[in-house]
Design a protein around this ligand. Structure first.
Ligand code: NAP
Length: 308
């Protein structure tokens, strides 16, 4: 019986694992994709207190090493359900069965859901078929393929601004397409981007069509104010329009809000005693590395105290 089974090995899940191990309990993380989660693709982290600058990859590896050196285990499995195990008359608390997509099952005294969020898609025709053929969701992974080429970044948050900054180092020209004329991302990054001579801002605009068959050749953008459409020839489009939760599998055990995030406040408690939630998959207003790490600590200590 695992003390704390953590679903997800991103910043929230690994922070939770560190706190669980340091509290003398045993943590097992189930990770469907990559240790570190979304942050692994961030070129530079410059707002985590105590670390002036690091890459998302280095930060993720640091978390991974810290958690595993403390004794946490990582299993590369996608959790698809969490069920209560009926408690025996002697047992005073319920335990949980977590089933992975592979069919493997785990029994745990407590569960922390730390599934983060997945990339939001534009929902355009050809978006799927051109992914990997010019359309990308990760500038750090794919940016180097576009050396000397013209590319566009769609979005106005920190990811879009940082991706665009990163791409200005490789690409001939970087268009930043955003649906408003104000940015959600940090003014500091925006200022750096405005000082680059190979950028062009395409504001109040949305991407309405992707052109090209074997690979991306152009995007069509519509100006929301004038209604005019314009075709921009680019070989790459980096979509950075935020994330969406992926918690449907857990809706019986943990209530979801209208947007699909696990409904819980700063205590990280779900409707089910023994099941906790941490990080970007939780209802919250600020989704940052710092708040993910904070949730990880809160959920881990709550889980350890629940076990007793
Ligand atoms: P985000 O902050 O949610 O920004 C998403 C952007 O995409 C917004 O500008 C939004 O426009 C736009 N958008 C959303 N849906 C759209 C659609 N259907 N079509 C066109 N545009 C759309 O997402 P993010 O940039 O991925 O960042 C997620 C979180 O991670 C944020 O809290 C961010 O601060 C954090 N983050 C931190 C770092 C770092 O600390 N180094 C790096 C990356 C991300 P509107 O502004 O009009 O809503």
């Amino acid at each position: 019986m695992i003390d704390v089974l953590i679903i997800g090995a991103g910043p929230a899940g690994l922070s939770a694992a560190i706190y669980v191990q340091r509290a003398g309990k045993h943590a097992v993380c189930l990770e469907a994709l990559t240790v570190g989660g979304q942050i692994v693709n961030t070129p530079e982290i410059a707002n985590y207190p105590g670390i002036k600058s690091t890459s998302g990859f280095a930060f993720s590896m640091g978390l991974y090493e810290q958690a595993t050196e403390l004794g946490a285990e990582i299993e590369y499995e996608k959790a698809v359900s969490v069920e209560k195990i009926e408690s025996s008359e002697e047992a005073d608390k319920e335990s949980f069965k977590v089933t992975a997509e592979s069919g493997k099952t785990y029994e745990a005294k407590t569960v922390i859901i730390a599934t983060g969020a997945k990339n939001r898609r534009l929902g355009l025709e050809k978006e799927d078929s051109l992914t990997g053929r010019g359309v990308s969701f990760c500038a750090t992974c794919d940016g180097a393929f576009f050396k000397g080429k013209d590319v566009a970044v769609n979005g106005g948050g920190n990811t879009a601004l940082e991706d665009a900054l990163f791409l200005t180092n490789y690409c001939n020209k970087v268009y930043i397409i955003h649906r408003r004329d104000e940015f959600r991302g940090e003014p500091k990054s925006l200022e750096l981007l405005k000082n680059k001579d190979n950028t062009e801002f395409v504001l109040n605009s949305t991407v309405t069509e992707l052109k090209g068959d074997k690979s991306l050749e152009a995007v069509v953008v519509k100006d929301k104010l004038t209604g005019e459409e314009r075709e921009i020839a680019v070989q790459g489009l980096f979509i950075a329009i935020g994330q969406e939760p992926d918690n449907k599998s857990f809706e019986d055990i943990a209530e979801l809000d209208a947007s699909g995030y696990v409904a819980a406040d700063e205590s990280c408690l779900t409707k089910t005693p023994g099941v906790f939630v941490a990080g970007d998959c939780r209802t919250k207003t600020v989704r940052q590395l710092t708040t993910a790490a904070s949730d990880g600590a809160v959920a881990a200590l709550a889980a350890c105290s629940y076990i007793g």
